[in-house]
Design a protein around this ligand. Structure first.
Ligand code: ZN
Length: 297
């Protein structure tokens, strides 16, 4: 019996040891993969996070750099080759980064009337005529300081005889932060002078007669420009009644009043245009055209 008991004890102990070993093994087994998974997950997570951060940072920097470099180089190329900056649309706000990349001087320029511009103006502001040829006109791109305090791209069409004047004056106005609200071709208003003026759009060339007359306006020759027209309306007495163009400029006919954007003889516009040999419509006696400057050439 003693021997048998001893044997049972051995067997029992053996089973117990095996059981305990199995238990350890079982406890250890799930732990091992768990630890492994955790570690792996941790590494993955870290790697992912790292990768994401790197990718994000990389992409961010890459894109920014690419955009700046590309835009810069494209603009420089296009400036060198064609003298145009097509990606910038008139009216667009120009950021300081783009200003620096392109250089302010490069954003004031003129070109001949390209086929693209011709398509925009033919039959709209430009009519077939014997007075002014397209070859005598120039398309001008400038910067202007908007009413919103931002730098905008502006466009004008003028006679080649005043293109240098206009470029110089516009640059002075911009550098002195002279506020101008809009500056797109009058063709954006179907060459309708009243619509353009009512929208306070600054514009120059428009083949049309003087309002209320059959005589061609100086705008027909690209030798006149209207600045902030809504705040500087054209005022005349017609049949004993006051006529105001644009009609929504009615509040700005009393020039003894102080209000923003008013052109008078102390105004920078007035001083610059007259210094360049232009006459001001506000000096006329027959009518007062406060928005208007023209040059007799
Ligand atoms: Zn005018």
């Amino acid at each position: 019996m003693k021997r048998k008991s001893f044997l049972y004890l051995i067997i029992f102990t053996g089973i117990f040891v095996i059981f305990v070993l199995c238990l350890f093994a079982n406890v250890a087994k799930p732990n091992l993969p768990d630890t492994g998974t955790e570690t792996a997950t941790g590494i993955e997570a870290e790697t992912d996070a790292g990768a994401e951060t790197e990718v994000a940072t990389g992409t961010g920097i890459g894109v920014d750099t690419d955009i700046e470099v590309d835009t810069g180089s494209e603009s420089m190329e296009s400036l060198e080759t064609t003298g145009t900056i097509e990606p910038l649309v008139p009216g667009d706000i120009i950021s300081n980064a783009v200003l620096e990349a392109k250089g302010i001087d490069n954003l004031f320029y003129s070109t001949e009337i390209s086929p693209e511009i011709q398509n925009r103006i033919a039959g709209v502001s430009y009519q077939e005529n014997d007075t002014i040829a397209l070859s005598e006109l120039r398309y001008i791109r400038v910067l202007y300081y908007g009413f919103d305090g931002e730098t905008h791209i502006g466009e004008l069409i003028v006679n080649q005889k005043i293109e240098a004047d206009i470029l110089e004056i516009m640059k002075e106005l911009y550098e002195n932060q002279y506020p101008i609200e809009k500056m797109v071709l009058i063709d954006e208003y179907g060459a309708d002078d009243e619509d353009s003026m009512a929208d306070n759009n600054t514009s120059a060339f428009n083949y049309r007669s003087i309002n209320g007359s059959t005589k061609l306006s100086k705008h027909s020759l690209g030798l006149a420009i209207d600045i902030n027209p809504r705040y500087n309306p054209c005022v005349r007495t017609k049949d004993g009644e006051l006529s105001v163009e644009p009609a929504n400029g009615n509040a700005y006919t009393d020039r003894t009043q102080e209000f923003p954007y008013k052109i008078n003889e102390n105004d920078l516009c007035y001083r610059l245009f007259t210094a360049h040999g232009f006459t001001w419509g506000g000096s006329w006696n027959s009518l007062k055209d406060y928005q208007h400057f023209e040059k007799d050439i």
